[in-house]
Design a binder for this molecule. Structure first.
Ligand code: CA
Ligand code: ZN
Length: 300
């Protein structure tokens, strides 16, 4: 098993890989929380942090995948996520719908026996990976942002026993991940989940000869297209177009019939929408797995 400890703060084809892996390999990513552990106790807030994205959302990696070429699909099966024993929630004065009446605050949340302890109550955790992706074709994209390379998708369903598929854009793919949350609600209203360091165990595979434009998540019962854009309308359009294309290929139906099916069977859910912050709006559209519909991505 490969163990990855190196960290980067952006996705770029210019990052030097910290390890090489082959399809079928198991890889353990050791991740820091999205604050790079700088919110060491409740007296330190995000106000004390450097907001130039140089120390936020570190991702472990990047891992060069042998044989991965642009046009391939990189499949990442999440086998397990082991969390640290404490998480952090933090607010600032400019992120999320209630920013006008919110100030900088840091709250530490113990995590024990599958539960998070918040004030005087506890609730079950649901570990998820906020940042996962591959190098984009062009440019250097900070890990706090999201796009067709993945990145800060903040899809709460990217947890153990899920699979994520990425459209490879550069040779070697350059897989990296971080920003694990013990729990997060859809939209991540205040801008953070229960942020924590983690050990993520994944298995990677390569799929050749299938087209993909946005990252896809496969859960036990659904296929989700993840897409993003600065605003909701365009983000929804991006996700819907890709879902329509994938469903048409799987069913052989016309575009309009597929659109109708999407309207009656597919749910649109928010991944991350802590507007008015500058991060793009990330959402997912989910189609149920149906015994009479082929898989949206067929695995060899
Ligand atoms: Ca995040
Ligand atoms: Zn996070």
């Amino acid at each position: 098993m490969l163990e990855i400890r190196d960290k980067v703060y952006s996705f770029s084809k210019d990052h030097k890989p910290c390890a090489h892996a082959k399809p079928g390999d198991l890889i353990e990513f050791n991740t820091l929380d999205c604050f790079s552990g700088k919110l060491s106790d409740e007296s330190v807030t995000m106000k004390d942090m450097d907001f130039s994205y140089n120390i936020t959302n570190p991702a472990a990696g990047p891992v060069y995948v042998e044989g991965a070429m642009p046009g391939d699909i990189l499949e990442v099966s999440v086998l397990s996520i082991d969390l640290d024993s404490e998480g952090t929630i933090a607010t600032d004065d400019h992120c999320g719908p209630l920013y006008e009446n919110t100030d900088y605050k840091t709250k530490k949340v113990p995590i024990k026996d599958g539960k998070a302890y918040f004030n005087d109550i506890s609730f079950p955790i649901k570990p998820m990976i906020g940042v996962m992706g591959i190098a984009p074709k062009e440019g250097d994209i900070a890990c706090g942002f999201v796009g067709d390379h993945g990145g800060n998708m903040d899809n709460k369903l990217i947890g153990a026993h899920s699979r994520v598929y990425f459209p490879v854009q550069v040779e070697g793919a350059l897989l990296q991940m971080g920003d694990v949350h013990a729990a997060m609600g859809d939209a991540e209203l205040c801008g953070t989940g229960i942020e924590t360091g983690a050990k993520i165990l994944v298995k990677i595979s390569l799929i050749k000869g299938q087209e993909l434009h946005w990252p896809v998540l496969e859960t036990e019962d659904k296929w989700y297209v993840n897409a993003s854009a600065q605003e909701f309308d365009e983000s929804l359009m991006n996700a819907s177009k890709e879902m329509q294309r994938l469903l048409m290929k799987a069913t052989g139906w016309s575009a309009v019939d597929t659109y109708m099916y999407m309207s009656v069977q597919c749910d649109v859910e928010l991944n991350q929408a802590c507007k008015p912050c500058e991060v793009q709006l990330s959402l997912r559209i989910g189609a149920p797995k149906h015994p009479q519909i082929k898989p949206l991505i067929s695995r060899p």
